[in-house]
Design a protein around this ligand. Structure first.
Ligand code: KG4
Ligand code: ZN
Length: 325
């Protein structure tokens, strides 16, 4: 079995995965949404302190599995440095105490493998990762053959929802709150500019849209917020669709996947489904409970890495806020 730890942002999670079958034997996550909602976003130092409390509590419940552990895996990048350190320090301590190898996992690859919890991994895939930290399109041929074809130049898709929710005083995380508010709104009421519409760049940008929404919020009455939210969600999604359309002129999508916390967005899902229809491409989604950050996806990657003996050294495994992908 492999014990895996996730602490890259505001979720403390530990999983136990059986190596031979990929079966998830244990998974527990303690989210810090309530604590951060008071500030309208994640406060890194507070998050680190909450991980320091939560992770040992969850680990206590894993004790019956200790004698069966063959490796310990942990998210080492990308993420918030101060929160990644909490998980990596715990993983190193377990590796030393139980004399088992250490596996440093890339969080983005974790999101890709959230598609394959308790399942066989199948590639090739074109993957759209939409989370609080990333908006990224990747071609994935295998665990080690991942090419990024587009990423955000500034804010991410999920982050823009968080910021718009904060402007409206709705709380955190903003994604589900804006989605709910937008349900009854008029998507065409506010004519926000589609980002990078004339540019041939395969890239994403949300900072201009965020500022346009800020101006609209500042001059609107509260009962207008639903229309602003709906128009924002429409353009934020339209931006992704527009760039994917451009990309699909160069490749024909066959199996397309959406992963990451914001892949729970229903409007985005429906628009991607429409986009894929003419190509007869299939759409893969993670189970809703594995869209947002979790340790099950880290454990699933770790099984592949364990089989390939992709171990990290205790001395050199370090945390990094930036991804190599
Ligand atoms: O993957 P995740 O849990 O954490 C990161 O790796 O960043 O993603 C969290 C992000 C937050 O920004 C949250 O607002 C967003 O995913 N999110 C959504 C929805 N549900 C979560 N964004 C838009 N629509 C949603 N329904
Ligand atoms: Zn994530």
């Amino acid at each position: 079995m492999i014990l895996s730890i996730e602490s890259s942002c505001d979720d403390s999670a530990i999983a136990i995965t059986e190596i031979a079958t990929c079966k998830l034997l244990f998974h527990k996550k303690i989210s810090q949404e309530f604590e951060h909602s008071l500030y309208g976003g994640v406060v890194p130092e507070l998050a680190a302190r909450l991980h320091a409390e939560a992770l040992p509590k969850i680990l206590e419940e894993c004790k019956p599995y200790f004698e069966h552990l063959k490796a310990v895996a942990v998210t080492s990048s990308p993420g918030l440095t101060v929160t990644l350190i909490e998980g990596v320090t715990m993983a190193k301590a377990i590796s030393v105490a139980l004399k088992i190898p250490l596996i440093g996992v890339n969080h983005l690859i974790g999101h890709i493998y959230s598609l394959f919890i308790e399942k066989e991994a199948r590639f090739p895939l074109t993957v759209l990762l939409v989370s609080g930290g990333h908006t990224q399109v990747m071609e994935v041929k295998s665990l080690t053959e991942i090419t990024t074809v587009a990423k955000s130049m500034d804010d991410s898709f999920g982050e823009s929802f968080d910021k718009v929710a904060k402007m409206m005083g709705l709380g955190y995380p903003g994604g589900p709150l804006i989605q709910e508010l937008a349900k009854d709104g008029d998507r065409k009421k506010y004519n926000f500019t589609l980002p990078l519409a004339q540019s041939s760049l395969l890239a994403f940008s949300y900072s201009g849209l965020k500022n346009a929404v800020r101006l609209a919020v500042e001059s609107a009455e509260k009962d207008e917020y639903k229309n602003i939210a709906a128009s924002f969600e429409h353009i934020a999604t339209g931006h992704i669709i527009n760039k994917l359309k451009r990309y699909f002129k160069t490749i024909t999508p066959q199996t397309f996947a959406i992963v990451g916390g914001a892949s729970a967005n229903l409007y985005l899902r429906s628009q991607i489904e429409l986009l894929l229809k003419p190509y007869h491409a299939s759409l893969l989604l993670s189970e809703l409970k594995y869209c947002s950050d979790n340790a099950a996806m880290i454990g699933r990657v770790a099984v592949e890495m364990y089989q390939k003996k992709m171990f990290s050294s205790l001395d050199t495994l370090d945390v990094s806020p930036k991804s190599i992908l």
